[in-house]
Design a protein around this ligand. Structure first.
Ligand code: SF4
Length: 749
């Protein structure tokens, strides 16, 4: 029976999905030990709104597939690998067949359908086949499992040195957990080989922002769209990926803010835009250089701002001189007159913000793309005042906070460089141990390192699933299988956990306290709704147990104690405490959290760089690394759907979300589909030089000719079997948004 609201427990918390970080209240029926429903709460950044994920996507935590007891791999169960491997990787070359257990359900050209069946779907919510995988593990006590983890990681450390250890943390974990995890790897193992999925998301944006304005965070909030004359939304499908922020954009437009939308895919934002520029994939630098060329030619720059606050303008002028609109039109496919019009509108605006997503960052030119956006704002004086600024829309709920907390190999907490001696000394004093003076390896570099003889041998994986999330997963599969020791701490048996030596059952978001920082720099408290199931434990306690076993003198008693230590080392978070975050959180920086919401607009007087200036870094357009050719004539773009989240471990176990969006599809332009004899709903085989998958066709006018889109949530049609592992040289982010593919009708046997 559904109980009346008055009989339910109300727990105020925050949505655990995207970087918008909507405030919500869970209503809990204690008699059933279950959430009855969730409702949006008023908060400046969400105003009681929720999207479908926040409103309905919480039942995953009660899934019977939760891990509830520590597991240790049986000695007989080697080699490691995707034991229930119906992840299809039938590549056309040897690399595609790498790794244990790879292609059991068939391979090569003309592949049969996998055992998922003709509808391309496994059992409801099914991801890893537990019945196949669990027999390779035995249950263990926490003592035994933690002792084994500590012993094996210490042995590898002693035999091969600090560089043989690496840790992947998670943007799903709290600030406190991220802080403790990076501290464990740095202070406990003496290496900076610690990173997380920011490397797959906005690492290039952070590299460009840090270089350009001295800070990796946004300069203004998404709510500031209400104060803008014009905004550019680029490389982003906020309706799907930041739904509540998207509602702010659409609302602002109704009140007069002009929207310029620049994206290869005509998402629904295009229908709300005043100007839609459907650029060809991977041509952003040419497009924005041409816009700046016109802004400068028309004299619409802010000379006073440039003189007082910007360096590198002359070099920028020389670079963009090479991009008259006619030339850019040939590269980008956008009409030269439309480029001129966009330049005029942007240049004439009194205040403008640029919001961008992973269509900008996930390229081998991702840092250059973001540099162009920084220059676009800087030369028009669109930073440091209401309704203006730079806003990379952060993906995961806590990717901003995890990065802030130091879960990246080149920075301690608050982006303090590990290679700066004074900084290192300060952290050594605070943590009571010597630290590695060298930058560590990134996520993408760690995977490559495992395949080298003197590379990483032991890994601690906290809540990450690189088997599905990283590019070219046949390579990832090979790397995970080659590790000497892997410990995975997670709430479900993920594809990555299939490679583990030890699996530690962790807590879901709903089962613990902690702070989370959203895309706006808003630090909010997530509150405990229920207890973890079985023997599962909260993550910070597990990290502490491992730390103690490797000799670190840790005795934290609560997340708020961890937060206080972290904040003492992070000037940006100064003055924040758990007990002054309140019900709606606080923006950082914040001089008086008791009385102020915090600082929405940064850089009103100076940038965060050493000299206080914005540093322009002009860039020339470079093509993507793997261009279409006769054999692979189409371009693949990967991304997310509204109803699903990353590798699907949560949303595919949510009844409502998986019911609305149960299958993987390749989105194609009608003519591209027709050319191949494909129609809507038919099964197709998509292949690249690295692998192949089978999935349904979705004929979509939102795709431009020659381009396809595949979401990466679905194990049974793992898009990252296709993607290329080339990376941006600065941000080290992979080119998820561009590789060459072919799509063919599938002959069903
Ligand atoms: Fe959750 Fe993001 Fe949806 Fe808000 S917009 S409810 S934070 S997924």
């Amino acid at each position: 029976p559904i109980r009346p609201r008055e009989e339910l427990d109300a727990v105020d918390s925050v949505c655990p999905y995207c970087g918008v970080g909507c405030a919500l209240t869970y209503y809990v029926d204690r008699s059933r030990g279950a959430i009855a429903f969730a409702e949006g709460r008023d908060q400046p950044g969400s105003k009681s709104r929720l999207c479908v994920k926040g409103r309905y996507g919480w039942d995953y935590a009660a899934s019977p597939q939760r891990l509830t007891v520590p597991l240790i791999r049986k000695e007989s169960s080697y080699p490691k690998g995707p034991l229930s491997a119906d992840v299809r990787g039938d590549a056309d070359n040897d690399r595609g067949r790498a790794g244990a257990g790879g292609n059991r359900s068939g391979g090569g050209r003309g592949a049969k359908l996998s055992k998922n069946g003709k509808d391309g779907r496994r059992k409801p919510g099914g991801l890893v086949d537990y019945d196949e995988v669990l027999p390779h593990f035995r249950e263990a006590t926490w003592e035994e499992a933690l002792d084994l983890v500590a012993r094996r990681l210490r042995e590898i450390h002693a035999e091969k040195g600090p560089g043989a250890i690496a840790g992947f943390g998670s943007a799903k974990c709290s600030n406190e957990e991220a802080y403790l995890f990076q501290k464990l790897i740095r202070a406990g193992f003496g290496t900076n080989n610690v990173d997380h999925c920011t490397r797959l998301c906005h690492a290039s944006s952070v590299a460009a922002l840090f270089e350009g304005v001295g800070s990796g965070a946004v300069s203004t909030t998404y709510g500031d769209v209400a104060n803008a004359d014009v905004v550019i939304i680029t490389g982003s499908n906020p309706t799907a990926n930041h739904p509540v922020a998207s509602s702010f954009f659409k609302q602002a437009r109704r009140r007069g803010t002009k929207i310029i939308y620049v994206d290869p895919r005509a998402s629904t934002v295009a229908e709300h835009a005043d100007y839609y520029c459907q650029v060809k994939p991977g041509t952003d630098v040419a497009f924005y250089n041409a816009v700046m060329h016109e802004v400068i030619r028309l004299g619409l720059i802010d000379r006073e701002f440039i003189k007082a606050r910007v360096s590198g303008f002359e070099e920028l002028v020389r670079t963009v001189n090479d991009y008259p609109p006619e030339r850019a039109a040939q590269i980008t496919g956008v009409d030269a007159d439309l480029i001129r019009e966009v330049a005029r509108v942007w240049g004439e605006a009194k205040a403008g913000v640029i919001y961008w997503g992973m269509g900008i960052s996930q390229h081998t030119t991702g840092t250059d793309n973001a540099r162009c956006l920084i220059a676009m704002c800087s030369i028009t004086g669109n930073v440091g005042k209401p309704g203006s600024g730079l806003h990379p829309l952060r993906g995961q709920n806590n990717v901003q906070g995890a990065s802030d907390a130091g879960l990246i190999p080149m920075f301690y907490p608050d982006y303090q460089g590990v290679d700066r001696e004074g900084t290192r000394r300060r952290f050594e004093a605070a943590w009571g141990t010597e630290l590695d003076p060298n930058r560590g390896l990134t996520v993408t570099e760690i995977i490559g390192s495992v395949l080298k003889p003197d590379g990483v041998r032991g890994m601690y994986m906290l809540g990450e699933n690189p088997f599905l999330s990283d590019p070219n997963i046949n390579k990832v599969r090979k790397a995970l299988g080659a590790l000497d020791f892997l410990v995975v701490q997670d709430i479900f048996l993920t594809e990555t956990a299939e490679f583990a030596d030890v699996i530690l059952p962790a807590s879901s978001y709903l089962e613990k306290e902690g702070s989370y920082t959203n895309t706006d720099r808003r630090v909010q408290l997530g509150r405990k709704v229920m207890d973890p199931p079985g023997q599962a434990r909260v993550d910070w306690e597990i990290i502490q147990d491992i730390a103690q076993r490797i000799g670190l003198d840790w005795s934290y008693s609560s997340p708020s104690e961890v937060f206080d230590e972290m904040v003492a080392l992070m000037p940006s978070y100064a003055n924040l405490r758990h007990d002054n975050l309140g019900l709606t959180g606080k923006l950082y920086p914040n001089e008086d959290p008791e009385h102020s919401d915090g600082t929405a607009v940064l850089f009103d007087e100076r940038f965060n760089t050493d000299d206080g200036l914005a540093h322009l870094a002009p860039a020339h357009w470079l093509p993507a690394k793997e261009l279409p050719d006769a054999e692979y004539p189409l371009v693949l773009n990967t991304g997310r759907l509204l109803e699903h989240w990353h590798t699907g471990s949560m949303t595919r176990r949510s009844y409502a979300l998986d019911t609305i969006s149960p299958i993987a599809e390749v989105y194609m332009h009608p003519k591209d589909a027709a050319d191949r004899g494909l129609s809507h709903g038919q099964m197709a085989r998509v292949r690249s030089r690295r692998g192949a998958i089978t999935l349904h066709v979705r004929v979509s006018h939102r795709e431009q000719r020659g381009n396809c889109f595949i979401p990466f949530h679905f194990r049974e049609a793992a898009a990252n079997l296709l993607t290329i592992d080339e990376i941006d040289p600065y941000g080290k982010i992979p080119e998820f948004k561009f590789c060459a593919i072919q799509v063919e009708a599938l002959s069903v046997e």
